[in-house]
Design a protein around this ligand. Structure first.
Ligand SMILES: *[C@@H]1O[C@H](CO)[C@@H](O)[C@H](O)[C@H]1NC(C)=O
Length: 210
């Protein structure tokens, strides 16, 4: 399950029951994250990012990795073929910049640089590849993400601006200390969050906190 995509989809389908204030609050949090933006494609592509902290979703002991790559023509074509008839609106397909996979490589999103601050993206979740989701034609909304590099690129914050799900990650080959993650999360001050991947230990440090 691609958590953000899945959440967004559920919420948009059940959109009637969500209060407008819910979306407004998430929009404002995204705007807050987007202040002093810092994002550089060359610093995010390549090695896996491991999620160590989340907001509005809980992973607990689960360790989830994300891999971000430059979007290739082949990838764009494949995701277009899977998704174009299911999207509410079409993105400018040829302008896709990044391709992100999460967990098992079956869960993927294609990212398009959005107007506004660096790190703002529109995203097409490939829910067709997720097999257990069968959307109606023209029913899947484009997602809106805000990404931000923190601490000179040591951490990556990714936030879904509709549903409010967010994650804080670090390179999986450079696991941070739990205390650093907690400090960074506290500085961000974007709501109630939860440590993730809680069984992993960094050297001698007991990684488990809460
Ligand atoms: C990805 O694309 C950026 C420009 O958008 C480029 O600077 C970078 O070298 C590319 N990286 C790889 C690994 O192809």
């Amino acid at each position: 399950m691609h958590l953000f995509a899945f959440l967004s989809l559920i919420i948009s389908i059940s959109g009637q029951i969500m209060k407008p204030e819910f979306f407004e609050k998430n929009r404002q949090t995204c705007a807050k994250v987007a202040k002093n933006p810092y994002f550089d494609i060359d610093m995010v592509v390549g090695k896996p990012w491991r999620i160590y902290y989340t907001w509005n979703l809980k992973l607990d002991t689960k360790c989830l990795d994300m891999v971000i790559k430059n979007a290739t023509r082949g990838t764009i074509k494949r995701i277009w073929a899977d998704m174009n008839e299911y999207l509410e609106q079409q993105p400018t397909w040829e302008a896709a910049t990044l391709h992100m996979t999460m967990g098992s490589a079956k869960h993927e999103v294609l990212l398009f640089a959005d107007n506004g601050p660096a790190g703002a993206f529109l995203a097409v979740p490939n829910v067709i590849r997720d097999a257990n989701i069968n959307p109606l034609r023209k029913a899947v909304p484009l997602l809106k993400f805000q990404m931000k590099l923190l601490r000179e690129g040591k951490f990556l914050l990714l936030m879904d601006c509709h549903v409010g799900g967010a994650s804080l990650s670090a390179w999986s080959d450079h696991p941070p200390y739990r205390s650093e993650i907690a400090a960074e999360a506290a500085t961000l001050n974007i709501g109630d969050g939860y440590p993730a991947c809680t069984k992993e230990k960094n050297k001698e440090e007991q990684f488990f906190v809460k």
